[in-house]
Design a protein around this ligand. Structure first.
Ligand SMILES: C[S@@+](CC[C@H](N)C(=O)[O-])C[C@H]1O[C@@H](n2cnc3c(N)ncnc32)[C@H](O)[C@@H]1O
Length: 279
């Protein structure tokens, strides 16, 4: 059953005509669905700070190999999942709350002829529609800021992982008690924001039986990413044909500006956490 929080999260991300918007962007970029490549879509199908560069850094630490069965929790449009399948040869499953993201993600996957490597399904991270002990690894990128019950999130993830399975998290976390500036990419206001501190994640992981391996801040990477973004914005009159503005909606500039300000004023920072279940 969908909770009120889940409904408002799905509403926040639903654009209503995302596929059409992407198709227009593809046309503007002088491409077609037959010629489009995975890299062309990366600027819009990786909805987290740092895009493809961040994904490469994050997934590169997970020890993924060919044929591993990997779960992307809150997969969005499935961009990171497709990257993971291409880069490591893993078999990917993605779960996301937002129906429109899943439907659009399936279409993008079929344009890239990757249907046999990836399956995307609508569902909640708090009630994963998946069998016990079925994955070698799971990861989550910029999703926990929408999930208040981090303990349940970690228990569900532990349930679907095999013994010795690893769990990687790349989320934005709170670094002070000062209220955030809104809107941000994951929430319009504080009512729909469930951002937590790194300590909250570490406690939830430990309680679910995970052994913590590493925790690291990506604040400097984030500031550098935003520096380059501002530079690009100052030279180009309008955003590129294919970019995250298509996914974030009309107030994307305000959301990103607030996000940067929240980092600069030490209210939030992106963190990577890696944990493992015992063998
Ligand atoms: C900022 S987007 C990140 C998407 C994707 N991980 C990426 O990096 O491209 C956050 C995603 O988390 C999903 N999400 C939020 N709460 C969720 C939940 N309880 N279960 C599954 N997905 C959830 C949203 O629908 C949205 O697609």
């Amino acid at each position: 059953m969908v909770t009120n929080t889940e409904q408002s999260v799905a509403d926040h991300y639903t654009r209503g005509s995302l596929l059409e918007t992407i198709l227009n962007g593809i046309k503007k970029a002088g491409k077609s669905v037959d010629s489009i490549q995975h890299e062309d879509l990366a600027p819009l199908d990786e909805f987290h700070l740092g895009g493809r560069e961040a994904t490469r850094h994050f997934l590169g630490q997970m020890g993924l190999t060919r044929e591993m069965s990997v779960l992307d929790i809150g997969c969005g449009l499935g961009g990171a999942a497709r990257f993971c399948a291409i880069e490591y040869g893993s078999i990917l499953s993605g779960i996301d709350l937002t129906q429109e993201f899943i439907e659009t993600g399936k279409t993008l996957t079929s344009w890239l002829k990757m249907d046999d490597l990836i399956s995307l399904k609508q569902g909640s991270a708090l009630e994963l529609p998946l069998e016990d002990s079925s994955f070698d690894a799971a990861y989550m990128m910029h999703v926990g800021m929408n999930i208040p019950d981090k303990a349940k999130l970690c228990r569900e993830t532990a349930r679907v992982l095999k013994k010795g399975g690893s769990f990687g998290i790349y989320d934005v976390m709170k670094t002070s008690e000062t209220p955030l500036n809104y809107p941000v990419p994951w929430a319009e206001n504080s009512d729909s924001c469930s951002i937590g501190k790194a300590e909250e994640y570490l406690q939830a992981l430990a309680d679910a039986g995970f052994e913590i391996q590493t925790t690291s801040s990506r604040k400097e990477f984030a500031l550098e990413f935003f520096r380059k973004w501002k530079q690009k914005m100052s030279v180009s009159k309008s955003p590129p044909p294919l970019g995250l503005h298509l996914v974030m909606g009309e107030n994307f500039f305000e959301k990103l500006t607030n996000f940067l300000e929240n980092i600069q004023t030490r209210r939030v920072a992106p963190f990577e956490i890696f944990a493992k279940l015992p063998e």
